[in-house]
Design a protein around this ligand. Structure first.
Ligand code: HAM
Length: 424
């Protein structure tokens, strides 16, 4: 077929899109409660932003970005994630100068990564994410995690696993980095060419390598938790204490490194065991970043955030057979009989809609039976039947499709009748 959808992308069709809208509303609602404000940044940015922000040595920057030159020869990249863009906007719009030095933002939108597509992994996927920028306080780390857990709980997903680690501050990371170089260097020849360059650039990335995952040196690599200095250790303990106070279960995983370079201190992922995901069990990931704002030209403002993909959330919902409370039905279907009634109904339908009712009628001259079939298919609560005879008597027949009862009422009372009866 000449015009098929690009690999790794999906159409979200009517029938599915309602689930997306429902989930997006849940997220917006939760963000309102936690006081995170929505931000919408462009889908493309200057490539340097991601090289700097996400990190030159990451797989995302090295292998997965959709990068192209625009007509003036500038290098442009479709955003692979939201944090770098949000931080760019935070700096560019001087949000740090506002009276409230803690800025809490959320975003929902498509991201692009040239990855090998499989169930739960796409080349265009939708992230919901939040960023809290301006404060280094372990209570905010706990808030970000609890917001993430709350999103999942609100759609009925429970028993998820929160995996958490600390990557420490610069000093701890340096100690750990040296230990990693010492560990891998003598046998680096046994590793893939990517890992060989990672050894010099950023040895932490070796731990994230998909190819060399099984190498025996991986299991015995020095763990960052053993290299945390006092301050980093105390910070991590604080975060864990807050999580306990909030009743959030967690598992500390000293091998959790995350695929982006900007993290310091807290790093976490939310996982689920499921056959549908194949190798992928991670629903969400996030962590704290300290140097990112400065590296993009802003002040020293630490931040923390996380992101989840809506596609994976929906897969998890399907896996657990959770049905979302989506009301796809309509309030009233106007069934018309006769030319005059048909003409009159156009304005009547408009009145129903302006009154806030979900209403529809037939535009294809369907027979009576066929119109009822459509009303059924649209999941109508009521059918209002108008023939030329009723019209001349200023009345209309209303049938309640939930119990089959039918009543003849004045046309002008229809809206009031539908609203009142619809409430029951
Ligand atoms: P990330 O771990 O790269 O972090 O992505 C976060 C989430 O996006 C993943 O847990 C997963 O749900 C989803 N995701 C990533 N790649 C794909 C894909 N190819 N297909 C479907 N879903 C995918 C970040 O993006 C960071 N910006 C998170 C963050 C925010 N850290 C601090 N603030």
């Amino acid at each position: 077929m000449p015009y098929n959808i690009p690999r790794g992308t999906q159409d979200i069709l009517p029938g599915q899109v309602e689930r997306w809208q429902y989930i997006e509303k849940v997220m917006q609602n939760i963000c309102e409660r936690y006081q995170y404000k929505e931000i919408r940044t462009p889908i493309f940015e200057h490539t340097e932003l991601f090289q700097r922000g996400v990190g030159d040595s990451t797989d995302i920057v090295q292998k997965e970005m959709y990068t192209f030159q625009d007509r003036k020869g500038r290098s442009i990249t479709l955003r692979p994630e939201g944090t770098a863009s949000v931080v760019r906007s935070y700096v560019e719009n001087k949000m740090y100068a506002s009276a409230n030095s803690l800025t809490k933002l959320f975003y929902i939108g498509p991201m692009f990564r040239y990855e090998r597509p499989q169930s739960g992994r796409y080349r265009q996927f939708w992230q919901f994410g939040i960023e809290a920028i301006g404060t280094k306080n372990p209570a905010i780390d706990a808030e970000v995690i609890s917001l993430a857990m709350n999103v999942y709980e609100s759609v009925g997903l429970k028993n998820l696993k929160l995996v958490i680690n600390s990557l420490g501050d610069d000093e701890s990371r340096k100690q750990h980095r040296d230990a990693l170089v010492g560990h891998f260097e003598p046998r680096i020849g046994e590793f893939c060419s990517d890992c060989q360059s990672r050894l010099k650039q950023n040895p932490l990335r070796i731990l994230d390598c998909k190819k060399d995952r099984g190498h025996e040196l991986m299991g015995t690599a020095p763990a960052i938790l053993d290299y945390l200095n006092e301050e980093s250790k105390a910070y991590f303990d604080h975060v864990l204490n807050y999580l306990q106070n909030l009743g959030i279960n967690y598992e500390v995983d000293p091998n959790l490194v995350r695929g982006l370079d900007y993290y310091h201190h807290t790093a976490f992922e939310i996982m689920m065991d499921s056959d549908k995901f194949g190798a992928i069990t991670t629903l969400a990931g996030g962590g704290r970043y300290s140097g990112l704002v400065q590296s993009i030209g802003g002040p020293e403002a630490p931040g923390i955030g996380f992101a989840l993909s809506i596609e994976r959330l929906l897969l998890a919902i399907d896996e657990l057979n959770i049905s979302l409370p989506i009301d796809e039905g309509i309030d009233c279907y106007l069934v018309t009989l006769g030319e005059k009634a048909n003409e009159y109904s156009v304005a009547l339908l408009e009145r129903l809609r302006k009154a806030g009712l979900k209403a529809e009628m037939d535009y294809q001259n369907k027979k009576l039976k066929a119109q009822f079939k459509v009303a059924d298919r649209l999941n109508a609560k009521f059918v209002a039947i108008l023939g030329d005879d009723e019209l001349s008597g200023n009345s209309i027949n209303v049938k309640d499709l939930t119990d089959g009862n039918q009543e003849k009422i004045e046309i002008d009372k229809l809206i009031e009748y539908l609203k009142k009866k619809g409430e029951k």
